[in-house]
Ligand binder design. Structure first.
Ligand code: C5P
Length: 451
């Protein structure tokens, strides 16, 4: 499985650095090529000579070495690998990675890379358990870094607990698992190809100035009783990215979001809701608008009668929950009276098979203008992930003809920018119509509006 793979091994300082030598041997035995970067403190534990001899390549360790940069610049070094492995990953290097520092060759290649990163932490147990390290690990996990170990055991410092670097063969198994199930290509950033596509499309030039747009995002929570609810796994990343991209293109955006752990996008009026009915009300309170983008994963059902008090275990029979259908926000907006219907109503279709066929059907049943269909089948990593593959299905209002555009896989931010660009194109082509103006004060206070 590792045959022909190019691994860039970053060795930081720690007593476990000696195990990096065995790791190099195990990887090369399996047909991988290994190029090594050593931090300054790693030199205290293993010599560059042994690392170079075992890897069969020179060791890169200085950011400011003219020879290193002439032979292979640090950007090229990190991009020329299939995978970056940090072993041992010291508390200090993990902190620098989490903070995005680039103060030596090791930290710089890790910041400059667009490849997956696997780290094998090694440190004293108290350092591992310190809240600062816990924060750094949580941040790195969020950024997509994978971890192997550390193991529990006696430590070189005489203490016992988690902190020992995983054994070389366990790290090899972690590397094989990562190649078998690679993380999505890039975090929520424009990758170069996406950036070029977006630049070519000319987005971000304020093409939506004066337009009012509602975006729904995230899951909804449907209460069962005061402490329990029904939910789904939507992260809100795509909807939030769309709200941010539309605002960047000059639109006045209201983001109606279910519970997510994302910050409110800058320059966007964000209304926080819990349930589908709250989301429905918040959207209708903000009409009329020029466009609505329904990116939320709205729960199809809620519990018909929400219990006032926490349900108790009583008797042998568990309670039976009777479900009621939630209002369909997208359909309600798309089919509302002509005075309030936005000029452009866009929905999403998360499908696991025959994606375009189902999306085309959905376009008709919902009465909306565009559907962004995405494959959320097992293994696509779309739900909660950072990238998305979109098929844009559009209905031409005048001719009723359907057109399908297949977009390449790109980051959710790039999808958002491309969508903002398509929406700006729609408004630049559509006959001039005064922008939607909301009468009366805008309020984010909710009141029930019946579908
Ligand atoms: O029917 P389905 O859930 O597959 O439709 C998905 C599209 O409809 C998404 O755009 C979603 O935001 C929207 N939707 C909605 N209200 C619902 C259910 C779905 O706005 N109750």
């Amino acid at each position: 499985m590792l045959h022909g793979k190019r691994i860039l091994l970053v060795i930081s300082g720690g007593i476990a650095a000696y195990k990096a030598l065995e790791l190099i041997r195990r990887l090369r035995e399996r047909g991988a090529s290994v190029r090594c970067v050593m931090s300054k403190s790693a030199h205290q534990f293993v010599t560059p000579l042994s690392v170079a001899a075992l890897s069969g390549d020179k060791v890169y360790d200085s950011l400011f070495s003219l020879t290193d940069e002439a032979e292979m610049g640090h950007i090229e070094l990190s991009r020329d690998a299939d995978l970056l492995v940090v072993a041992p990953a010291s508390a200090d290097l993990l902190a620098r990675m989490a903070g995005g520092l680039a103060d030596d060759m090791a930290a710089t290649v890790l910041l400059a890379t667009d490849k997956p990163v696997l780290a094998a932490p090694a440190m004293n147990v108290r350092m591992w358990l310190h809240p600062a390290t816990r924060r750094n690990i949580a941040q790195l996990k969020k950024d997509g870094v994978r971890f192997v170990g550390p193991d529990d055991g006696d430590m070189a410092c005489g203490e016992y607990g988690p902190g020992r670097m995983a054994e070389p063969l366990a790290i090899v198994a972690g590397i094989e698992a990562l190649f078998a199930d690679p993380p999505p290509p890039a975090p929520l950033l424009l990758r170069p190809a996406d950036a070029r596509a977006v630049a070519a499309n000319g987005n971000g030039g304020g093409g939506l100035a004066g337009r009012r747009i509602i975006v729904t995002s995230g899951p909804t929570h449907e209460p069962i009783d005061p402490v329990r609810y029904i939910a789904n796994r939507s992260s809100g990343k795509q909807g939030h990215a769309i709200a941010a991209a539309l605002a960047a293109a000059g639109a006045e955006v209201t983001l109606v979001t279910g519970p997510v752990s994302l910050p409110d996008p800058a320059g966007v009026k964000t209304v926080h809701v819990e349930s589908a009915r709250d989301m429905f009300s918040a959207c209708f309170l903000d009409l009329p608008v020029d466009a609505v983008i329904c990116a939320a994963a709205v729960a199809d059902w809620r519990v018909a009668v929400e219990a006032d008090q926490k349900l108790k275990k009583a008797g042998d029979e568990p309670p039976v929950l009777r479900l009621a259908e939630n209002p369909d926000i997208l359909r309600a907006i798309a089919t509302t009276d002509a005075r309030r219907r936005p000029a452009l109503v866009v929905g999403f279709a998360a499908e696991t098979e025959a994606v375009v066929d189902y999306a085309t059907k959905k376009l008709k049943t919902k009465g909306c203008d565009w559907i962004l269909a995405n494959d959320v089948g097992a293994g696509t990593g779309t739900f909660g992930g950072d990238s998305n593959t979109i098929h844009l299905v559009r209905r031409d209002g005048a001719t009723d003809r359907i057109a399908v555009e297949h977009w390449p896989t790109m980051s959710k931010a790039a999808v958002a920018a491309k969508l903002a660009d398509a929406i700006a194109g729609f408004f630049s082509r559509s006959p001039a119509k005064p922008p939607a103006v909301k009468s009366g004060a805008r309020s984010s206070k909710l009141k029930e509006v019946r579908p």
